[in-house]
Design a protein around this ligand. Structure first.
Ligand SMILES: Cc1ncc(COP(=O)(O)O)c(C=O)c1O
Length: 384
């Protein structure tokens, strides 16, 4: 059989972190070995009942069984507008500043295709959600890695980006509440970020997928900052807020030219989001405020139990400010996060994610996802 060579573009992509973890889990399952999975950010909690019912009922509507508008239904865009206004006090134009997506990942990864030419620079944080690297490689961009250090509370030092990069970078990806480090960005950081992007003409792609999974201070939208709507596009997700990961729906909001560019890419790639999913998502935004409040309570309890348990096991340096992850600094005697998680899987049957999987500055850390019930977390802590 002829062996077709992957494109240079695809050869550059590292194996997708969670695909690799999935492969390892499958191997354990095939051998009939039980394990506790604290690796991937897929909540174990059911989506709201009303949303599931809505999906079922709306799937029966003929219009929903046809191609849907690329721009998304007006009813959904209006629900997003209202939600955004209530949550962030930002009044968006639902026709020009909001675009529903097939999950935020879809938009985050397609976005540079609209604005970046070969060999132009995209700045991505390190460690970070792996999607940004893929996005940069697909668009033919060069990557500048922006380290996130614990000593800076995992906020990037924008003034350390060399002038030569600032002047030619097209896009910067920023994500708070942050995966994997869990931290929330203070408002003055967002103000500086907007100033920085405005000064150097860099598009700000702000990933706010975890905006509703917080325990103390409420995360902001970058669109609250004066001037942000000139240079920023922000991404939101139904996956984390309403545990709708499998539904595949999210949205982008922000500068109208940036939204228009992304829409042009999408029009040429997909043909809209299943109408019933859009209707279900509309229901979630309009009717399920209590659900999200309760979700925060559930994750807070898990977080508190897990952090205390980690302390008792000698992992004193664990952070879980927001999101449903815990980012744990490994003791200095543990040299490699990959070796640590391998051992954890082989000896304790617990699956976690090695920090280095999120980029080289993630080395020395491990990420646990609190996507199992408290009882299971307690069991994990006993054997850890
Ligand atoms: C930081 C971040 N952004 C975006 C996503 C993508 O979410 P979705 O495509 O399900 O909306 C994830 C998923 O884990 C994430 O962690």
């Amino acid at each position: 059989m002829k062996k077709f060579k992957l494109s240079k573009r695809l050869q550059k992509l590292p194996p997708y972190l969670f695909a690799e973890i999935d492969r390892q889990k499958k191997e354990l399952k095939e051998k009939g070995i039980d394990f506790i999975d604290l690796s991937i950010g897929d909540p174990d909690i059911l989506a709201p009942q009303s949303v599931v019912r809505g999906l079922y009922n709306c799937a029966k509507i003929k219009e929903n069984q046809k191609y849907s508008l690329d721009q998304g239904k007006e009813s959904l865009r209006r629900a997003i507008k209202n939600w955004f206004y209530e949550r962030f006090n930002v009044n968006l134009d639902e026709d020009k500043e909001i675009l529903p997506l097939i999950g935020s990942k879809e938009g985050l990864v397609h976005f540079p295709l609209a604005f970046v030419n070969n060999n132009e620079y995209i700045i991505i944080p390190n460690p970070s959600y792996p999607g940004y690297r893929g996005a940069a490689i697909f668009s033919g961009a060069k990557i500048y890695e922006l380290p996130l250090f614990k000593k800076n509370h995992f906020l990037p030092e924008l003034d350390k980006i060399p002038l030569s990069i600032r002047n030619k970078a097209k896009i910067i990806y920023i994500n708070y509440p942050n995966n994997p480090t869990t931290v929330v960005a203070p408002f003055d950081f967002l103000e500086n970020l907007v100033k920085f992007c405005t000064k150097y003409g860099i598009i700000l792609v702000y990933d706010n997928a975890y905006s509703e999974i917080y325990f103390e201070e409420k995360p902001h939208s970058v669109l609250e900052v004066d001037g942000a709507r000139e240079i920023a596009i922000e991404f939101h997700s139904f996956s984390k807020t309403f545990c709708m990961t499998g539904f595949r729906i999210g949205w982008a909001a922000g500068n109208q030219n940036l939204i228009k560019g992304l829409l042009k890419v999408k029009t040429n790639i997909d043909s809209g989001i299943f109408g019933a999913i859009q209707d279900a998502a509309t229901l979630a935004l309009e009717k399920e405020k209590k659900y999200v409040e309760n979700l925060r309570k559930v994750f807070k309890e898990r977080r508190d139990v897990f952090i205390e348990g980690l302390h008792n096991k000698g992992f004193n340096d664990a952070i879980a400010q927001a999101t449903f992850y815990v980012w744990v600094k490994l003791p200095p005697k543990i040299r490699s996060s990959i070796e640590f998680v391998k051992k954890l899987m082989q000896e304790k049957r617990i699956i976690a994610t090695a920090g280095i999987g999120f980029g080289k500055y993630g080395e020395g850390f491990v990420r646990f996802a609190l996507t199992v019930e408290v009882e299971v977390l307690k069991k994990a802590l006993l054997i850890l």
